[in-house]
Design a protein around this ligand. Structure first.
Ligand code: GLU
Length: 290
């Protein structure tokens, strides 16, 4: 078996906190222990929230923790052409459709649906797409695409599932309810997910599977908040004929109120802890790594 490939993939939209330290150290330790490699990927596709100073701080904070990574660092924003090719493949297979409703319109449509009964929500709590863009005529679609109207490109979940059938993944860690081993994917729980927008020609789900494949990642080690996203990732991997990595979802580091850490909280920020005199060994102890 070739040596495993691990990665840490933060978004430079804030400073790293103890939760990031745990994830990065866990990946780094696993790579060292197994004779594998450790890669760093900067997930910077959201140009409105990502900033160069946060990217610089990621390198600085990880180096301070004693983490080293293989060069080059992959900047997701430099590989949009790869994401576009994948999107074109899915479009050619008629698995993608554009929808044109604004966020406000979507909220209104969901409220309308919910007034007559329950409307499905995805594992993150967002309502499924309520619009009727799939039934627009070819002519209406072309006209709207040529206009100034913003749009989202959505995966036609029913059509995609008809192509793939039931999918699974190998879970070496555990999900939020202790799920482990061979997990049955449930991509339908996400509805017609957005894979790109007019102004951002890719999305987290699309970019993560393509970049993991292009970087040869064999073990995806990340927080359990992304456990059910893996269902969409497996679906996209199958549709795009990409290799299947193993997954290891890990516990989240919570604050004293048992809430997920936020990038804006000073109490758990790595820079603040460092300024207050914490050592990398203390950070390891704080996140429960020895
Ligand atoms: N960029 C994502 C985040 O910062 C992580 C994605 C992943 O590990 O799959 O939450």
């Amino acid at each position: 078996m070739p040596p495993p490939v691990f990665r840490f993939a933060p978004s430079p939209n804030g400073y790293l906190h103890l939760g990031h330290a745990y994830s990065a150290l866990l990946n780094f330790d696993l790579a060292r222990r197994t004779g594998g490699s450790f890669l760093l990927r900067i997930e910077d596709i959201d140009a409105t929230r990502c900033r160069p100073e946060f990217e610089e701080a990621i390198y600085e904070d990880l180096s301070w923790l004693g983490i080293t990574w293989q060069a080059p660092v992959r900047l997701q924003s430099e590989h949009l052409a790869d994401h576009r090719v994948a999107l074109e493949k899915l479009t050619a297979r008629r698995l993608i459709y554009p929808s044109f409703e604004s966020r406000a319109e979507i909220t209104r449509l969901v409220a309308e649906r919910e007034a007559v009964g329950p409307w499905p929500r995805d594992p993150d709590g967002a309502p499924h797409y309520p619009g009727n863009a799939r039934s627009l005529s070819r002519q209406q679609r072309t006209q709207l695409l040529r206009s100034d109207a913003p749009y989202a490109l959505r995966l036609d979940m029913a059509a995609a599932l008809a192509r793939t059938g039931q999918l699974h993944w190998a879970e070496h860690g555990a999900g939020p309810n202790g799920e482990s081993g061979r997990i049955a994917a449930r991509p339908d729980g996400w509805g017609d997910v957005i894979l790109a927008r007019k102004e951002t020609p890719t999305s987290y789900h699309l970019a993560v599977v393509i970049d993991d494949a292009l970087q040869g990642v064999t073990e995806v080690v990340r927080g359990e908040d992304l456990f059910w996203s893996t269902s969409v990732h497996r679906l996209l991997q199958r549709l795009l004929a990409l290799p299947e990595p193993a997954y290891r979802h890990h516990r989240l580091i919570l604050d004293s109120d048992r809430r997920k850490l936020s990038k804006s909280s000073a109490a758990t920020g790595l820079r603040e802890l460092r300024a207050a005199g914490a050592t990398p060994a203390e950070i390891r102890r704080l996140v429960g790594l020895t």
